[in-house]
Design a binder for this molecule. Structure first.
Ligand code: AMP
Length: 210
């Protein structure tokens, strides 16, 4: 199946997408991860995107749409995929509809205060992107990723000023996608409050593997 994961920053989209990608053997395509990889490697795209991302804004539709179109043309997407963090605007969703068929837009339902709490304590692995939380989901060894041993860090856009801006951007530009996909009849809500295991369990019930 071709999934879109929709929801505010910090709702757990990336964490669930990593689990679902393994369980359903489909690629996890995160535009945020692609941008961060480009920033790390100092590419032209990375240079253009860095300041926008650090401040919690959105990279232009044109750049982002081109990047996703290219990624979806690869062979590994033939049996399905998860788009995590794309589309984030109505123009992106409209463009996506011209080159992809989406089976379900999974909407991660969570309140703002839970999101602020999660993002405020979030730490990520520099190498594999695995996410942890300083209180709710600590790594076994402080500062080191359980999965690959990489160094853990706080993303620049998880700093308080950027979190506030990201939530505003979400409300203004991305939340309208909920009605967009409701109108298309393929919106599926998922309760994102619980632990990652609970959210995965709910996801598996809603989308049984065949
Ligand atoms: P994420 O990892 O999904 O939270 O994305 C991190 C940042 O990358 C966002 O705050 C944006 O600056 C940028 N970004 C990711 N996806 C998109 C998108 N679909 N459109 C525009 N900017 C994006």
């Amino acid at each position: 199946m071709n999934f879109i994961f929709l929801g505010p920053p910090g709702a757990g989209k990336g964490t669930l997408a990593k689990e679902v990608a393994v369980a359903y053997a489909i690629p996890h395509i995160s535009t945020g991860d692609i941008f961060r990889e480009n920033i790390k490697n100092g590419t032209e795209l990375g240079k253009k995107a860095k300041a926008i991302i650090d401040a919690g804004g959105l990279v232009s539709d044109e750049i982002t749409i081109g990047l996703v179109k290219d990624r979806l043309s690869k062979d590994d997407t033939k049996n399905g995929y998860i788009l995590d963090g794309f589309p984030r605007t109505i123009p992106q969703a409209e463009a996506l509809a011209t080159f992809a068929k989406i089976d379900a837009a999974v909407n991660f339902d969570i309140e703002d205060n839970a999101v602020v709490e999660r993002l405020g304590g979030r730490i990520c692995c520099k190498d594999c992107g695995q996410m942890y939380h300083v209180v709710n989901n600590k790594p076994k060894t402080e500062g080191k990723c359980d999965k690959c041993g990489g160094e853990l860090y706080t993303r620049d856009d998880d700093k308080p000023e950027s979190i506030k801006h990201r939530l505003e951007v979400y409300r203004e530009s991305t939340a309208p996608l909920i009605d967009f996909y409701k109108g298309k009849g393929n919106l599926v809500d998922i309760d994102a409050k619980g632990s990652p295991d609970k959210v995965l369990e709910e996801f598996k019930k809603k989308f049984p593997k065949n």
